[in-house]
Design a protein around this ligand. Structure first.
Ligand code: FE2
Ligand code: FE2
Length: 329
């Protein structure tokens, strides 16, 4: 009886929904990680599935705009760097699909939802890459914005997501540096090269600010996601951090950020900046961008062309299981 008395109530009886919720809330409040086998509220699970799937899709679709320049890189060095970078993005997608699968969803189903347009990916990848300067600006600004978004996710409450982010962030920092280094080199080049860089900055600056999502006032899910420890900062906080970080980098590079309202505000200790065109964001994220149809149709074609690989892998796995020791299937 003495041993029984030491056991918590949850071991003696089946815990009630209330007890499970209280235990979950206490773990979140104590900044403990939630792992796949732990009980979690359905809303927490479905929010994570949606967020991780969209993140995974963004990594995979994000290979396309830069992948377009692999065969046209201006030197072997640039080609090797770009190949490594695009390949990293495929890896990020795989870590994230694997993290989503720990929540009981199937990667094949998530891919199906992407190619049928039922799940979204970051709107940034629906803009075209017009010159090789775009490769540099994507590394500097788009991967830079991704870092701002993802570093706090290393402390996300869901274990597999947070652990995937640690490695992803290390690789993103290489992506950002390779982009900035490419731009430094181009800015030290000919007037035509400098014009290419400025043109790319003009086209990518505003879409990069949109990567943080709608303003806090129009982001109804933010409060709950922060309460659950899935998100650690609001969209507007992250956007401000990105602007403050990018301004001195733009000065060092010698480019102008295309925003006449951009100015240091000594009182706030931050840069003020102009209004983001949220109508454009809504249009692009819901399918009206320049490249939405092309991105999804290419992804669908790649998936269909890869069907034989999946079939062969499944057949091999089935054969292997049939002969495995101690496996009676
Ligand atoms: Fe990535
Ligand atoms: Fe990246």
């Amino acid at each position: 009886m003495a041993a029984m008395a030491m056991e918590p109530a949850a071991v003696r009886d089946r815990p009630t929904g209330q007890e499970l919720t209280a235990d979950f809330d206490a773990r979140i409040a104590a900044h403990q990680r939630i792992e796949p086998r732990d009980w979690m509220p359905e809303g927490y699970r479905s929010t994570l599935v949606r967020q991780i799937a969209q993140h995974a899709h963004s990594e995979i679709i994000g290979m396309q705009p830069e992948g377009d320049w692999l065969t046209r890189a201006p030197s072997l060095r640039r080609k090797a760097i770009l190949l490594a970078k695009v390949q990293d993005e495929a890896g990020h997608g795989l870590y994230l699909y694997a993290a989503a699968e720990t929540l009981g969803v199937d990667r094949a189903d998530l891919t199906q939802r992407l190619i049928e347009g039922r799940q979204k990916y970051s709107s940034i990848f629906n803009y075209p890459t017009l010159t090789f300067a775009d490769v540099g600006v994507i590394g500097w600004l788009v991967d830079g914005a991704a870092i701002c978004n993802q570093v706090p996710l290393c402390r996300s409450s869901f274990g597999p997501y947070a652990r995937a982010m640690v490695r992803v962030c290390k690789e993103e920092s290489f992506h950002q540096r390779q982009g900035y280094e490419l731009l430094l080199q181009m800015m030290a080049g000919t007037p035509a090269q400098r014009t290419m860089v400025q043109d790319a900055v003009d086209r990518w600056w505003w879409p990069s600010l949109m990567m943080f999502g709608p303003p806090d006032a129009d982001s109804p899910n933010t409060r709950q996601s922060m309460a659950w420890g899935i998100k650690r900062d609001t969209n507007d906080e992250l956007r401000q951090k990105f602007v403050d970080m990018s301004v001195p980098q733009a000065v060092a590079l010698g480019v102008t950020l295309p925003d006449p309202d951009l100015a240091w505000n000594a009182e706030r200790g931050h840069h003020d900046f102009g209004a983001v065109d949220w109508a454009e964001f809504k249009r692009v994220v819901s399918g009206g961008g320049q490249c939405n149809a092309e991105r999804v149709s290419r992804r669908r074609a790649a998936h269909e062309e890869g069907a034989w690989v999946r079939e062969a892998a499944a057949a091999y796995a089935a054969k292997h299981q049939g002969t495995g020791q101690g496996d009676d299937r």
